[in-house]
Design a protein around this ligand. Sequence first.
Ligand code: DX5
Ligand code: ZN
Length: 224
Amino acid sequence: MERKNILAPSILAADFRCLGDEIARVTAAGAEYIHIDVMDGMFVPSISFGMPVITSARKGTDCFFDVHLMVEQPERYIETFVKCGADSVTVHAEATRHLHRTLELIRSCGAGVGVALNPATPLSVLDYVIRDADMVLVMTVDPGFGGQEYIPTMTEKIRALRAWADRIGHPLDIQVDGGINSETLHTVLEAGANVCVMGSAVFCGNRESNVKKYLSIMHEYATY
Ligand code: DX5
Ligand code: ZN
């Protein structure tokens, strides 16, 4: 099944003193998505940023805003984040009581539909909604912080999800998020992930050469 490998730098690791420049640098170097980690201090221990930051960042770029809501009851905010400029909205299956209704709400707002699963959450949670999702985010760390280590048991989860999507003929994007670096990037691409969130691996040192390095690795696994 055709799918494109996409790099999604996570701005959680960016220098917020010059966020617009950070986004411009990584997109100019070839990153197609910007991964935006919204944390509410309830679903995850940290608080990151919200609507004003996204609204402001939207003015400076037309690249794809991939918004990851680490937020309790995210259904309260879908419409607002789409209005702020989100191109896709990913909610955690663990954070909403009515997942099917929440996914339909994202769809009705005209955004891409994403579902995120924490490391301990089984794929079976998606049994009756996988076809409603454009993208499934397999968390490869426990959410809430950048710079953590990749959880190796997630490799099999990625592989099983890709096999399932192929088996039912569903053109699913599989996103991975947390601890992705030049080593684990090979692992997750080989297992079937195709949207790779990278925070600290991109926003440290030379942003441009980091992006170019990871894009060339991703092209080695190109499936389109
Ligand atoms: C963690 C966030 C990740 C994080 C990735 O809860 O969802 O997107 O920013 O950071 P790195 O790539 O540094 O592990
Ligand atoms: Zn994220």
